[in-house]
Design a protein around this ligand. Structure first.
Ligand code: URP
Ligand code: ZN
Ligand code: ZN
Ligand code: ZN
Length: 476
């Protein structure tokens, strides 16, 4: 037979096209799109189904140290299993540099955790917590050259927050090396001030997590990150944007001609601050930063996905078990919301929720779905066109969707390492019924059939948004 696999009878959707055609796959790659392709060892019938590029989740946290006594709920096996079950074929987790540590050594440690464990492909971003001379001068330029072409910096969190001077230093290295900087934009001092005021007043329940970091905290930091990037003339990605005011800063910057990109996440489309106001500690299940806001903010985030204010839709999967003192039920004596680990699981739920709430309910079209979940993340982070599309020569990373399938979302279906999903009980229309990674079927009819270890690490090209050296900039 001339193909290993043919996917027959489906409608192939990319960020640009809808085509009724068969997909011919050989050696893990798409080698033909067309009618009557001929013979294959395996034929997958996709009649009545949609054949989409596998999802790329460009923002997930797996097996990251999260503070004393706290343990993240996923390792690379369980995190990538959940990804595959939800139609995602590549994840981009973070390798977190701890203070005083070498970034190169940090990456080695994360590779050691991931190698041989993954069901889908993986490519690491770096998190810079300690921008030393050594890191900025030597390590980062070499690591960017080696295909780690993006890094995240934080404007908040104890032990992670960089001051403005440090941010400028890191951004200059991105400018010189052609890396893309991702920014967590919330004002650290403002959050500490608010938190201490709330605690003094005895307001320590999980819901006050949201009160402690209102929209102004995010809007201000977003604007500051954009201004610092403008000074250095470097593109910047504002991650996990939760509301209209922060989005308007991005829109303003784009209109001004700056290369400012935005990302929003599942929680900002379907959760609100009210979810944090459950009985007892229940609200802790929804504690993440920035916090979910209100329905007007949800509307704004949908608008941003439609009009390009947001280039990327991610999960910000950051799983902690709920019923666990090493997770959301904070350790003894640490009763305030301040101690609840920030982050919620979502790598498996991301695509079904966006499909159902977005495509099935008519808020976005299929091409936009593919753009923000696969093509744009691949382009932005230097994986395109190997990833993020269905085209001759691309990896055969494919999710086959049954657009009419009705499913009640439960944690059982998602199977990550947490003990809950914040999206439990939601009615979903449209489900990924088959997930293929580089030509191999890893999920069929809701069951994992692949073996761990099929997923590989991907080194990446520089982002096409990145500028490098003095290119395009007035010579000093
Ligand atoms: O609360 C969140 N989002 N936790 C994950 C870490 C981050 O800031 O992305
Ligand atoms: Zn590796
Ligand atoms: Zn963040
Ligand atoms: Zn995150």
């Amino acid at each position: 037979a001339s193909y290993d696999t043919i996917i027959r009878g489906g409608t192939v959707i990319t960020a640009a096209d809808r085509i009724m055609c068969d997909v011919g796959i050989r050696d893990g790659r798409v080698v033909a799109l067309g009618e009557s392709l001929g013979e294959a060892r395996q034929v997958i019938d996709a009649t009545g189904k949609l054949v989409l590029p596998g999802g790329i989740d460009a923002h997930v946290h797996i097996a990251q140290p999260s503070g004393e006594g706290i343990v993240m709920a996923d390792d690379f096996e369980s995190g990538t299993r959940s990804a595959a079950l939800g139609g995602t074929t590549t994840i981009m987790p973070f390798a977190l540099q701890e203070k005083g540590c070498s970034m190169r050594e940090t990456l080695k440690a994360y590779h050691a955790k991931a190698d041989g464990e993954c069901h889908v492909d993986v490519s690491f971003h770096m998190i810079i917590s300690d921008p030393s001379e050594q890191l900025l001068g030597q390590e980062l330029p070499a690591l960017v050259e080696d295909g780690y072409t993006s890094f995240k910096i934080f404007m908040t969190y104890e032990g992670l927050a960089l001051n403005d001077r440090q941010i400028l230093d890191v951004m200059s290295v991105a400018r010189e090396t052609g890396a893309l900087v991702m920014v967590h934009a919330e004002n650290y001092d403002a959050i500490r001030f608010m938190t201490e005021q709330l605690e003094r007043g005895g307001r320590i329940a999980p819901k006050y997590h949201a009160t402690s970091r209102p929209i102004a905290v995010e809007r201000e930091a977003t604007h500051r990150a954009i201004s610092l990037a403008e000074l250095v003339d470097v593109p910047v990605m504002i991650v996990h944007v939760s509301n209209r005011e922060a989005m308007e800063q991005i829109r303003w910057a784009k209109d001004k001609g700056l290369t400012v990109l935005g990302e929003t996440c599942t929680q900002y489309l379907v959760l609100t601050e009210k979810d944090l106001d459950g009985l007892g500690m229940e609200g802790a299940k929804y504690v993440c930063s920035p916090p979910p806001r209100d329905t007007a903010s949800q509307d704004a985030c949908w608008e941003g996905l439609r009009n390009g204010a947001f280039t990327i839709f991610s999960s910000d999967h950051c799983p902690f078990r709920y019923d666990d003192p090493q997770g959301k039920l904070t350790p003894k004596g640490k009763t305030s919301f301040r101690w609840v680990p920030n982050g919620i699981p979502g790598v498996g739920a991301r695509l079904p929720i966006l499909f159902s709430e977005g495509v099935s309910k008519g808020r976005i079209d299929l091409e936009t779905f593919v753009a923000v979940t696969a093509a744009n993340p691949a382009k932005t982070y230097g994986l395109y066109p190997r990833k993020g599309t269905i085209a001759v020569g691309a990896d055969a990373d494919i999710a086959i969707w049954d657009p009419g399938k009705r499913v009640t979302l439960t944690h059982d279906l998602i199977q990550d390492g947490a003990d809950y999903t914040p999206y439990e009980g939601r009615e979903i229309i449209g489900w990924p019924v088959l997930t293929m990674v580089r030509g191999r079927v890893v999920v069929e009819d809701g069951a994992l059939i692949g073996r761990k270890g099929h997923g590989i690490h991907l080194s990446r090209a520089r982002s096409p948004y990145a500028k490098r050296g003095f290119e395009g900039r007035a010579q000093p």
